[in-house]
Design a protein around this ligand. Structure first.
Ligand code: TNX
Length: 581
């Protein structure tokens, strides 16, 4: 069984540009697209303090207080923020060519970039800080808005002529603040080689924290397999836009992608197929741990999904005893759904579920385990409910919180469970009832945030069963009020799934993510009061040159006023894959 070779699993911290390219064709496609995009995009206008995606909660510009980063700059940081400082330096060094040494906050080191972790950041006495720190002494921004508290992920960023100071109560908050700083530098900061540029950051102050605690994207690695490096790059894309969950759809009819020691044939046999007949692949447990560690460093939590009881053909070819008829079905590489299921009448099936969720839970430090539960069309409703009830209990026994597609709604409640709603009509009494019984909700409306939907009729890849979704459609809805009878307080957040029946390479993944992913990120992070399509499309437009500089493939949506309107046929050129819905 061919596994996809990866670099050693230890650190999970290598910058991606030092990793060997796994898919030369995709990488070349992305580079060509980026070059063409870069050639056509006009030089971007100077960045303003509010030009951040997702939009911050409060922005107080001070045009007299711009800061320019120079070659001698250092980053000063308290020990608990050290890893964020390292990452900030990793982002800024390639384009600036500056050394950006990192000094411990405990030392009286000078440094115009200051990252501070503080428990009571917003009540910090301005005078004391000013006396101790030239950054604050120099600017009139202390009166900037304040929040009750930063919470788990909030931060404050202040820019004065003397420097930039980011303050947060947690490393996650500092990380989000550092991502904001990255966006406040000129677009060429995303260049992977040194650029001659005036590295000016607009003056003023930002105070920011998320609207929803769960902001995610899903990658279907089952329909097509994506090697570890591709997943790491997707993690970087999420982190850029302050998304904090990566849901991995690890199992489906066309492939089982995670090694399970107690049932080794799942990956060895069930991993050897994918849509279209390609070689497939799977993650060893070391590979999976590497993804989890890489994501954790970027404050992204991995949510593993084992889809049950349907979408299980790959498991059934590996272990025929799990099928109702005890005869192995043929491998499946098409794109139909709803035909397979594990035998709900056999106790062996529940041993299998317990073993699998036990191993996956042990590999997963995050609190969630996703049970799937969608499209088990061949299982009668009462049998389905009984199966899910037992499976939920088995997940709960691992200490993880159950997540499942909203088809789980009619099965019994289990404490804390989370339903992921993927309908296309915001009226779903069954899901609303499950919420009344205590479930929380992740919103993934198919006709808004299904990133496998085509942008337009001529998009060369993707489906259209939930409609065509360009950026405006992905942006113009409200997760807090979307589902009738579900109060905003029950909404944990929002997630954009990317199913990959027709998506085969990293470049194609990026093409489907950008520019819709930042739109979903803004729905999850920004206060509703900032929601404004006209402003968003302008802010988003300025990211085209950033993606071009970073070699990220994107769809040059006509919804967005890119720096030049003539922009760029970056589409992958393959033929459309047939639709299944
Ligand atoms: C529905 S959404 C599915 C997936 C397909 C997707 C294609 C959901 C929970 N199930 O199995 O890949 O549509 O858009």
């Amino acid at each position: 069984m061919p596994t996809i070779p990866t670099t050693p699993a230890e650190s999970g911290a290598e910058p991606l540009d030092r990793l060997p390219a796994q898919q030369p064709a995709a990488a070349e496609l992305a580079r060509t697209a980026a070059r063409r995009a870069g050639d056509l995009l006009a030089p971007p206008a100077p960045v303003r303090l509010g030009d951040v995606v997702p939009a911050p909660e409060q922005v107080l510009p001070d045009p007299a207080a711009d800061f320019t980063l120079s070659a001698g700059a250092a980053i000063r940081v308290s020990p608990a923020g050290r890893d964020v400082a390292e990452q900030l330096a990793e982002w800024l060094r390639p384009a600036t060519g500056f050394a950006l040494p990192i000094a411990d906050g405990s030392l009286p080191a000078e440094g115009p970039l200051v990252l501070t972790l503080s428990e009571a950041p917003l009540t910090e006495p301005a005078d004391a800080v000013a006396a101790a720190d030239p950054v604050d002494a120099a600017g009139p921004v202390d009166a900037a808005g304040s929040l009750d508290g930063f919470g788990d992920e909030g931060y404050r960023l202040r820019v004065t002529p003397a420097g930039v100071r980011i303050t947060a109560a947690t490393a996650a908050g500092l990380f989000h603040g550092a991502q904001t700083l990255r966006q406040l530098l000129p677009a060429s900061i995303d260049s992977t080689s040194p650029v001659t540029e005036r590295w000016t950051v607009p003056g003023g102050s930002i105070v920011d924290r998320p609207r929803f605690p769960y902001r995610g994207a899903m990658l279907d690695v089952a329909r097509h397999f994506f090697p570890v490096e591709d997943v790491l790059r997707v993690v970087d894309h999420l982190a850029r836009y302050k998304l904090n969950h990566l849901h991995l759809h690890l199992t489906d009819d066309q492939g089982w992608r995670i090694a399970v020691d107690s049932w080794p044939r799942l990956a060895e046999v069930g991993g050897a197929t994918e849509v279209g007949g390609g070689p497939g692949g799977y993650y060893t447990q070391a590979d999976y741990r590497r993804i989890v560690a890489y994501a954790a460093r970027r404050h992204v939590t991995v949510v593993p999904e084992i889809d049950l009881p349907g979408h299980t053909n790959a498991a059934l070819i590996a272990y025929p005893e799990l099928t109702p008829g005890k005869i192995a079905p043929p491998p499946y590489t098409g794109t139909e759904v709803g035909f397979s299921y594990v035998d709900p009448a056999d106790e062996r099936t529940y041993a299998f579920v317990a073993d699998v969720v036990g191993e996956v839970a042990a590999l997963t430090p995050g609190p969630w385990l996703h049970l799937g539960g969608d499209e088990a069309f061949k299982v009668p409703a009462d049998t389905y409910r009984a199966f899910i009830k037992r499976a939920q209990t088995l997940v709960a026994a691992t200490g993880k919180t159950v997540v499942g597609w909203h088809q789980l709604a009619p099965a019994g409640h289990v404490d804390g469970r989370v339903l992921q709603w993927w309908g296309t009509n915001g009226d779903d009494p069954e899901t609303a009832e499950a919420v009344r019984r205590g479930a929380r909700l992740i919103l993934s409306p198919g006709n808004r945030v299904y990133l496998d939907m085509k942008y337009a009729a001529d998009t060369p890849i993707g489906h259209d069963w939930a409609g065509l979704i360009d950026v405006r459609r992905a942006y113009d809805w409200d997760p807090g009020t979307h589902l009738t009878g579900v109060p905003a307080a029950a909404v944990l957040g929002v997630e954009a799934p990317l199913w990959t029946e027709s998506v085969t390479t990293l470049a194609e993944v990026e093409f489907m993510l950008f520019p819709r992913l930042p739109a979903v990120a803004e729905l999850g992070w920004s206060p509703r009061s900032t929601h404004d399509w006209a402003g968003f499309r302008e802010r988003l437009a300025a990211h085209g040159p950033r993606w071009a500089a970073a070699g990220i493939t994107f769809h040059p949506s006509p919804d967005v006023p890119w720096p030049t309107p003539a922009a760029i046929p970056t589409q992958p050129t393959r033929d459309t894959t047939a639709d299944t819905h």
